[in-house]
Design a binder for this molecule. Structure first.
Ligand code: SF4
Length: 507
């Protein structure tokens, strides 16, 4: 049987159809589209600090509110390239609507991101957070703090090591002294009126002057060809090398490493280690505080350990909001005497484990010398064999941040022939015990807090509050490497990501 084919009807299509009224972009944007929320949020913040960054005069500028909206919406769509933003402003109706059909080019967008937002983005971020506080999404009273390392936009193989600089400077001083000693031997007559030279501290001028004297004294002398070559090399290279080392040391500050292509970046071990060889990469230690998975504070640090970052991170929190959080929860990486003291002095409740917290909770893991009996009046301990361990002194230590620690030292009278020696004392002499009483007190306080009902709640909530935020930034948003260079500029990138993260969470 043969079926008759139905008539095919196409919808009217006329590419060149003239419209009676021009289409409105406003109508083309869905009512609940995230782009509207971005626009609404940026419109409701006080843009005064941003406007103050414009000097005035000259040609007209694109409005900073519009540029900020474009950047935020672009970051929301995982588009971090200014060239792609420029293209989107010509092709994408959401960008066209946001910019009101303005078309800033990639240079304008880039300059705005890296220059105009410097020093003001944190204030804008804080305003966004305060909007969330107002809407009841977050509270500034309880925060969960953690850190991650993000790779810098820098060459992984051009590094500077502080220790290598020290060694090279020392070598240079030793070699200069050797040349000087040699010259004194072979040209005693020529150097008889020269003043003695001290080589413990050298600078480029000293090298230049010393080499000039050596050169003059050795002129016309029959000496080893290699010595003459060395003097020539030293005069050509050493002063410039020493100046280079000095300026690198200035850039390093307290750090031991930096990248040559981004001097603010420090070499650190990253979680993303595809080669599985623990390779150190240039990067920044990014610290954030969250509440209900919203970012309420962020800061960049140049040292790889989290321990030293907490006080300055919280000081910034106070600067942004005029108050400190009442409760801070963080992992054991933050459980140091310095941090506990800072929190105690600022009346902040700390739900922070110390390194051996979990181990100390299991009785089977305890060492023989843990929990020895302490007599406070007499300031002495009693060892497992009942021997009195009297106080023999104090060891002082200053941390990287300049915090003073004191370790009280106690010593047993006689460990010879003790049956517990193999379990208790590895040293040759009598057992010495070092106790930081302040830290022990703070640890006991932390233990009590962590084991309380509220402590258990915060310990459970911490990994579900702050850690997914890093997961979102690194995996969902694909942000594993900064685009810009330098501490301030990379902080702008984190700030934009933090604002986007918060807005997207509401949207
Ligand atoms: S080794 Fe010394 S400190 Fe340790 S239990 Fe024996 S006597 Fe005491």
């Amino acid at each position: 049987m043969k079926y008759r084919k139905s008539k095919v009807v196409f919808k009217n299509y006329n590419h060149n159809q003239n419209l009676l009224l021009p289409p409105s972009l406003e109508e083309l944007i869905e009512r609940n589209h995230p782009v509207r929320i971005v626009s609404q949020v940026v419109d409701s913040i006080n843009a005064e600090p941003l406007l103050d960054k414009y000097k005035g005069g000259g040609t007209s500028s694109y409005h900073p509110r519009m540029l900020l909206k474009v950047l935020i919406y672009s970051y929301m769509n995982n588009n971090y390239s200014s060239r792609k933003m420029e293209a989107a402003l010509k092709e994408n109706i959401h960008f066209m609507w946001l910019s009101g059909m303005s078309r800033p080019d990639h240079n304008t967008l880039n300059r705005f991101r890296s220059e105009r937002l410097k020093d003001v983005l944190k204030e804008i971020f804080a305003q966004v957070v305060m909007l969330l506080v107002g809407s009841g999404h977050v509270s500034l009273k309880e925060v969960y703090t953690d850190g991650t390392k993000i790779e810098a936009n820098a060459n992984r193989y051009t590094f500077v090591w502080g220790n290598a600089i020290k060694t090279n400077k020392k070598k240079m001083a030793v070699q200069l002294e050797e040349l000087w000693t040699y010259t004194q031997i072979v040209a005693t007559e020529e150097l008889k009126d020269s003043a003695p030279i001290e080589f413990t501290e050298i600078d480029s001028q000293k090298i230049k002057d010393t080499i000039a004297i050596i050169d003059k004294a050795l002129e016309g002398k029959k000496i080893d060809k290699k010595i003459r070559q060395k003097v020539g090399y030293a005069s050509r290279h050493w002063p410039a090398n020493l100046d280079k080392y000095d300026s690198q040391e200035e850039l390093l500050g307290k750090r031991n490493s930096m990248s040559k292509t981004d001097a603010d970046a420090t070499f650190m071990r990253m979680k993303e280690d595809h080669m599985k060889n623990g390779q150190l990469k240039p990067g920044y230690n990014v610290q954030i505080s969250t509440h209900n998975q919203f970012i309420v504070n962020y800061s960049h640090h140049q040292n790889p350990t989290d321990t030293t970052t907490l006080p300055s991170h919280l000081e910034q929190f106070e600067k942004l909001y005029g108050q400190l959080p009442q409760k801070v929860t963080a992992d054991a990486g933050y459980g140091s005497e310095e941090n506990y003291t800072f929190l105690e002095q600022h009346s902040i409740e700390a739900f922070i484990k110390y390194n051996a917290f979990d181990k100390n909770q299991r009785k089977s893991n305890q060492k023989l010398t843990d929990n020895l009996h302490y007599n406070k009046e007499q300031d002495c301990y009693y060892c497992p064999m009942g021997q009195r361990m009297a106080r023999i002194g104090t060891r002082k230590r200053i941390t990287e941040n300049g915090f003073n620690q004191q370790y009280a030292r106690y010593q047993a009278i006689n460990c010879k022939g003790c049956p517990l020696r193999s379990l208790c004392n590895n040293s040759k002499g009598n057992k010495i015990l070092e106790i930081n009483h302040n830290l022990e007190r703070l640890k006991a306080k932390a233990t009590q807090k962590l084991k309380s009902e509220e402590g258990l709640y915060h310990r459970r909530k911490r990994p579900a509050d702050v850690e997914p935020v890093f997961g979102n930034i690194k995996n969902n948003k694909g942000y594993k490497r900064f685009l810009m260079r330098g501490l301030l500029k990379t902080e702008i990138e984190t700030g934009l990501l933090a604002i986007v993260h918060n807005i997207a969470k509401v949207a």
